[in-house]
Design a protein around this ligand. Structure first.
Ligand SMILES: Cc1cc2nc3c(=O)[nH]c(=O)nc-3n(C[C@H](O)[C@H](O)[C@H](O)COP(=O)(O)OP(=O)(O)OC[C@H]3O[C@@H](n4cnc5c(N)ncnc54)[C@H](O)[C@@H]3O)c2cc1C
Length: 361
C-alpha cells in the first residue's frame, strides 16, 4: 500500500480486496500477466528485517581504546538506504582516523561500508558470521523505495534529517550502478493506495514520473493506484559484485561470529563498524531492535514482465533471476524459514490479482 511513512503492519499477506471485473476492450494493450502457478515456483525464501520503530542507528561509541561505529536497524529499507547510511557512518568514523579498519557483517551494510572505506584509501577487513547468500540482504526484493523502517511517532527531527541525508546519497549512488554488472534496472511500479491526492513532500524526487490513477486508468483489479518509476536491485548479483570489489581492492573477509562487545574489542583494528543487522540485538543488547520476517515465493523468470506491483495482494518484483512474490511483514518472528501456509497464501492472492488484469482506459 502506497504510504511513504507508516509501517504497514499485519501478520501475513493480506487477502486481495474485491475484484473489479471490467470487460476487455479492443485497441488497448494490457500489461503481460505474471503466470502464477505452483509448478513455476523455483525457490521460497524468508529473511528477518532488522526493524527499529525509532529508526536506524548511526552512532559512535568508545570501545576501550578503540572506536566503534554502530550502523544497523534499517527494517524494510536496508537496500534502499545502504549507500547513504554507510556514507554517514564512514564520514563519522574516518574523522581523524589512520590505519586499518574492521567491518563486522557482510550484508549490504557491511559491504557498502567496506567499499566506501576503501574508496577513502583505508585497508579493510570484514569479519562475519555468514556470507551471502546466507544474509537477509541477499534475500531482499531490492526495490529502491524506503518502506517499513520506522514509526512516525517515535522518530526525532534529527533522525529525519539523517534519513533524508542517507536517502539523497543512496539515490545518487544507485543511479551510477544501473546495468547488468550490478543487476540494477529502472522499472515502472504500480502501488495500490487509499490517497485521493498525490502526496507532495520531500520524497517526491524519489518517485519520478509519479501519478495518481483512478479505477479506470490502470489495468489492475483494484481501485486507486499510484504509478512511478524506480530502480530494482537483483540482490544476489549485487552482493556478489560488491564482495568481489572488496576483495579486488585488497580487502579481506574472515568468518567469525562475535558473542559480545568484549570479543569485538580484541580485534587489532582501532576503528570498527558494527553492521550486523538483526544480529545487533544480541551483540549490543538493543532492546528496540526487532525482527520483521518477510517471505517470498520466486517464480521462473518472465522477461516480458517489466513492471512491478504492490498492494493488498502483496507485491511482485520482476528481476532477471525470477519473479518475486511477497508481502509478509511478521513482527517478532525469529524463524527465518519459509512457511508453507504463508507461501500458499501469497501464491493465491497473486493468482487472483493477475487473473483480473484488464486493459486500462
Ligand atoms: C523479504 C524481504 C524483502 C525485502 N525487500 C527490500 C526491498 O525491496 N528494499 C529494501 O530497501 N530493503 C528490503 N528489505 C530489507 C533489507 O533486506 C534489510 O534492511 C537489509 O538487508 C539489512 O542489511 P544488513 O546488512 O543490516 O543485515 P544483513 O543482511 O542481515 O547482514 C548482517 C551481517 O552481519 C553478520 N552478523 C550478524 N551478527 C553477527 C555477529 N554476532 N558476529 C559476526 N557477524 C554477524 C551476518 O552474518 C551478516 O553477514 C527486505 C527484507 C526482506 C526480509
Amino acid at each position: 500500500m502506497f504510504d511513504r511513512r507508516a509501517f504497514v503492519g499485519g501478520s501475513a499477506a493480506l487477502a486481495l480486496s474485491g475484484c473489479v471485473t471490467v470487460p476487455r476492450g479492443t485497441g488497448c494493450s494490457p500489461l503481460p500477466p505474471v503466470l502464477v502457478d505452483e509448478a513455476r515456483v523455483i525457490r521460497t525464501v524468508a529473511g528477518l528485517r532488522p526493524y527499529r520503530a525509532s529508526g536506524f542507528v548511526v552512532r559512535a561509541e568508545p570501545l576501550g581504546d578503540k572506536r566503534l561505529i554502530h550502523k544497523y536497524g534499517h527494517g524494510g529499507a536496508g537496500i534502499t538506504l545502504s549507500w547513504g547510511s554507510s556514507r554517514l557512518a564512514v564520514d563519522l568514523g574516518l574523522q581523524g582516523h589512520s590505519g586499518p579498519v574492521a567491518v563486522i557483517g557482510s550484508g549490504v551494510m557491511g559491504l557498502t561500508t567496506a567499499r566506501l572505506v576503501q574508496e577513502a584509501g583505508f585497508p579493510v577487513s570484514i569479519y562475519t558470521a555468514a556470507l551471502p547468500p546466507d544474509t537477509t540482504s541477499a534475500v531482499a526484493g531490492g526495490q529502491i523505495s524506503p518502506f517499513g523502517h520506522y514509526r512516525e511517532s517515535e522518530v526525532t527531527p534529527a533522525w529525519m534529517a539523517q534519513f533524508q541525508a542517507a536517502m539523497a546519497y543512496s539515490w545518487q549512488r544507485f543511479q551510477t550502478l544501473v546495468g547488468e554488472r550490478y543487476g540494477i534496472r529502472w522499472q515502472r511500479t504500480y502501488e495500490e493506495t487509499r490517497d485521493t491526492v498525490y502526496p507532495n513532500d520531500w520524497m517526491n524526487p524519489y518517485y519520478p514520473n509519479g501519478k495518481l490513477l483512478g479505477p479506470n486508468e490502470h489495468p489492475f483489479p483494484v481501485e486507486r493506484m499510484v504509478a512511478f518509476d524506480t530502480m530494482y536491485v537483483e540482490t544476489p548479483r549485487f552482493m556478489a559484485q560488491l564482495m568481489s570489489e572488496v576483495l579486488g581492492a585488497g580487502g579481506t573477509i574472515r568468518m567469525r561470529r562475535f558473542g559480545n562487545l568484549a570479543e569485538v574489542a580484541t580485534l587489532s583494528e582501532q576503528l570498527i563498524f558494527n553492521c550486523t543487522g538483526i544480529g545487533a540485538k544480541a551483540l549490543v543488547g538493543d532492546e528496540v531492535l526487532t525482527p520483521v520476517r518477510g517471505q517470498l515465493a520466486v517464480l521462473r523468470p518472465q522477461h516480458e514482465v517489466r513492471y512491478a506491483f504492490s498492494g493488498d495482494a502483496g507485491y511482485m518484483f520482476p528481476r532477471g533471476d525470477g519473479i518475486l512474490l511477497g508481502g509478509t511483514f511478521e513482527r517478532g518472528e525469529w524463524d527465518a524459514t519459509p512457511q508453507p501456509d504463508d507461501i500458499a497464501r501469497i501464491l493465491r492472492s497473486h493468482r487472483r490479482l493477475f487473473a483480473g488484469l484488464r486493459c486500462a482506459a
